[in-house]
Design a binder for this molecule. Structure first.
Ligand code: BJW
Ligand code: ZN
Length: 283
């Protein structure tokens, strides 16, 4: 059985040299962003096999773009919560409480809402201090676009509302769960460099996660892994704690519900909303 001792966990945290954080949708739940699975999960309303695969994209680019346009607008008004700030503080030497000043932190998030980076940027500008930890958005970011032409390297941050005139207003139709209108391919977002279609730069099923080599290296050198707000059903993120454990590192799971997918490797488990658990444990 994993330990629930705050005192013991603090001891491990203060001695850790290389910390890997693996976070998921539960971290953003308190910001008002729906999780993917479980109660109110996004995939109940919209089938992942229709919307988050390359096959779906080839079949219906209009539908996939409208879904991601809706997601962009859902997230745009949302702010980081106490959970994001608690993890961001770990990446700022002056803001660290329990974590050792010379410890390295790599925070690998599966979230594409940008809130982990936003929290870190805020702390960094407020304290005029550069972060020494790293955040990796392994499944991409809702506000990044990439050109679909194989011989074009266009990739950019795009915060526009709407991203193209034809998508403006369609978010309300998708939000209501109604059948989306058909947007002609010519009216979807196009590359300013080569005029081919742009797609959201997010990682769909069957695609290679971003910076995977760097992530695996971080897992191999980690002596502590915090698993935060993820159902641990999607690979390769779900396998990272196992990798840390296999190398002799400790694993601590923070989730609203007991996460049985880490029964073999969890040394600590803190069940509850992670934003409140962090406040209780990290002080
Ligand atoms: C709280 C809380 C609170 C709530 N506090 N907790 C068969 C066919 C095809 C592929 C595969 C296959 N079998 C396996 C695969 C691989 C596949 C996979 O794992 N599929 C499984 C579903 C079976 N994976 C991939 O394809 C990945 N790529 C890959 O493997 O490439 C090969 C490769 C690997 C390594 C090196 C080189 C190559 C890519 C996966 C892409 C995932 N994409 C999505 C969609 C992104 C775009 C979008 O948003 O639309 O990413 S799917 C979706 O799931 C999203 C999430 O990031 C991801 C994970 O979900 P997450 O974050 O865990 O959310 P939930 O909702 O599941 O869980 C929330 C949790 O929070 C719950 O546990 C709650 O209890 C908890 N919670 N409130 C704490 N306040
Ligand atoms: Zn292009």
């Amino acid at each position: 059985m994993p330990s629930t001792s705050i005192e013991d966990f603090r001891g491990i945290l203060s001695n850790a040299r290389n910390i890997l954080v693996v976070s998921g949708a539960g971290l953003s739940a308190a910001s008002g962003i729906a999780t993917f699975r479980g109660q109110g999960g996004r995939w109940r309303k919209y089938d992942a096999s229709i919307l988050a695969t390359l096959a779906a994209w080839h079949e219906n680019q209009s539908r996939v773009w409208q879904f991601f346009h809706y997601r962009r607008e859902e997230v745009r008004s949302k702010r980081p919560n106490d959970g994001h700030y608690a993890l961001a503080r770990m990446c700022m030497p002056k803001w660290r409480r329990i974590v050792a000043p010379n410890a390295t932190i790599v925070h690998v998030t599966q979230n594409i809402d940008g809130l982990c980076l936003e929290a870190l940027d805020e702390l960094s500008s407020a304290s005029e201090e550069s972060p020494d930890g790293t955040i990796i958005e392994m499944h991409g970011n809702l506000f990044d676009v990439v050109c679909t032409a194989f011989d074009c390297d266009y990739r950019a941050k795009n915060m526009d509302y709407p991203i193209c005139p034809a998508l403006g207003g369609t978010e309300a139709i998708v939000a209501a769960g109604n059948v989306e209108p058909v947007v002609r391919r010519a009216d979807l977002p196009h590359c300013p460099k080569c005029q081919q279609l742009l797609r959201p730069d997010v990682v769909w099923f069957g695609e290679r996660p971003k910076q995977i080599q760097r992530i695996l290296e971080a897992a191999d050198s980690a002596d502590l892994c915090l698993v935060v707000g993820t159902s641990s059903l999607v690979q390769p993120a779900s396998k990272l704690p196992e990798r840390v454990h296999a190398n002799g590192g400790k694993v601590a799971v923070f989730n609203l519900e007991p996460n049985t997918n880490h029964s073999d490797e969890a040394d600590f488990e803190f069940v509850g909303p992670c934003e409140l658990e962090f406040a209780r444990i990290l002080g």
